[in-house]
Ligand binder design. Structure first.
Ligand code: NDP
Length: 324
């Protein structure tokens, strides 16, 4: 089978190589998945460049999120059927024809999804859910600011906020991306570089600011988000797409009783409280309304470096998919 290897730290075009290897055997507690679609996350790109939250150990097969059909069961596996469509959050290994996956890394997906939809589901929707509810404590009728609104996480956040009856201010870099956000149900849309954006966000939410912000740009934008937040506002720090460092003045948080909370899905996946909230609410939200992944562009395995660069250079809209 073909697989991609990140062989050294660097930009995707320098770091990724195509290799051939035998199809692996599932070990005890694992299943073998024929990979049909890989959902590319910002974290995959950062991992190849060794700029992610955990250090990279080269060589490795990137691809933390993927979907496909189970073709073999390892010893002791129950509750999974041969031929079943599964989504996998496995940390790495998806950019290959086949992958062995521990059963704990399988995410249940509606069997009506296509493999591409299944690959665009887990990371974005679970992150959006924990940002809006588990950590953000968003309530019906409240405003939420969604940045990079036409991105994979942005689209999921708008859909889930709609299912929670929250109201959405969406920001993105182009008019085309804002049109996507409106189609998904955003109430107010603003260009990320609108010179009056701080004032406009505040006005949209009744003058005082937004009570909840899903921060994915970071850097200088984080300082600006503090000014967009309502008194007692919650800013959930999910990403730092700008890759800039920023200093936050504690006084700015204190003066208006703001809360700045970090979110990392990897740790929430095994956090008992987050798991309980997911079990209690997430499925119900998915059943409500039109919650379905809207994947973005698809690329062949050979074009993965291009896909990674397009995501990094913000040329994409929606979850980037690789079909090995
Ligand atoms: P997206 O599909 O949203 O793509 C990234 C988007 O970020 C771009 O399209 C761009 O949208 C926006 N962006 C804004 N400023 C910049 C910048 N300076 N450089 C590059 N991009 C910029 O990707 P994902 O859905 O995979 O991820 C979105 C963010 O959420 C990322 O920062 C990611 O790391 C984070 N994330 C964090 C998770 C966690 O567990 N903490 C889990 C999942 C995602 P636009 O052009 O509209 O500005």
């Amino acid at each position: 089978m073909k697989h991609l290897l990140a062989v050294r730290q660097g930009l995707p075009a320098e770091a990724l190589e195509l290799h051939e290897s035998p199809v692996p055997q599932p070990g005890p507690g694992e299943v073998l998945v024929r990979v049909e679609a890989v959902g590319v996350n910002y974290a995959d790109v950062l991992s190849v460049m060794n700029e992610y939250l955990t250090p990279a150990h080269y060589p490795f097969v990137p691809g933390m999120e993927f979907a496909g059909y189970v073709t073999e069961l390892g010893a002791g596996v129950s509750g999974v059927k041969l031929g079943q469509l599964v989504a996998c959050l496995a940390g790495q290994g998806g950019l290959a024809g086949y992958a062995t996956v521990p059963v704990q890394a399988l995410v249940p997906v509606p069997q009506t999804y296509t493999p591409v939809q299944a690959a665009a589901f887990g990371v974005s929707y679970l992150t959006a859910f924990h940002g809006l509810r588990t950590l953000g404590r968003g309530q019906a009728g409240e405003w939420v600011l969604v940045q990079a609104a036409a991105g994979a996480l942005g689209r999921a956040s708008i859909q889930l906020a709609g299912a929670l009856d929250m109201r959405v201010v969406a920001m993105a870099s182009t008019e085309e991306k804002l049109a996507v956000a409106r189609e998904l149900g955003a109430d107010v849309t603003l260009l990320q570089d609108d010179p009056e954006r701080v004032q406009k966000v505040r006005e949209a939410a009744g003058g005082l600011g937004v009570p909840l912000i899903l921060e994915v740009v970071g850097g200088q934008r984080l300082a600006e988000s503090l000014r967009m937040a309502a008194p007692r506002g919650r800013i959930i720090l999910i990403g730092n797409a700008s890759r800039e460092e920023v200093r936050v003045n504690p006084v700015d948080l204190m003066k208006r009783n703001l809360t700045l909370t970090g979110l990392w899905l990897t740790t929430l996946l095994t956090d008992p409280q987050a798991q309980a909230q997911t079990a209690a609410e997430f499925g119900r939200l998915l059943d409500k309304g039109r919650i379905a992944p809207q994947p973005g562009p698809s690329y062949a395995l050979l074009d993965t470096a291009q896909a990674f660069s397009d995501l990094l250079d913000r040329r994409t809209s929606g979850k980037v998919i690789i079909e090995p």
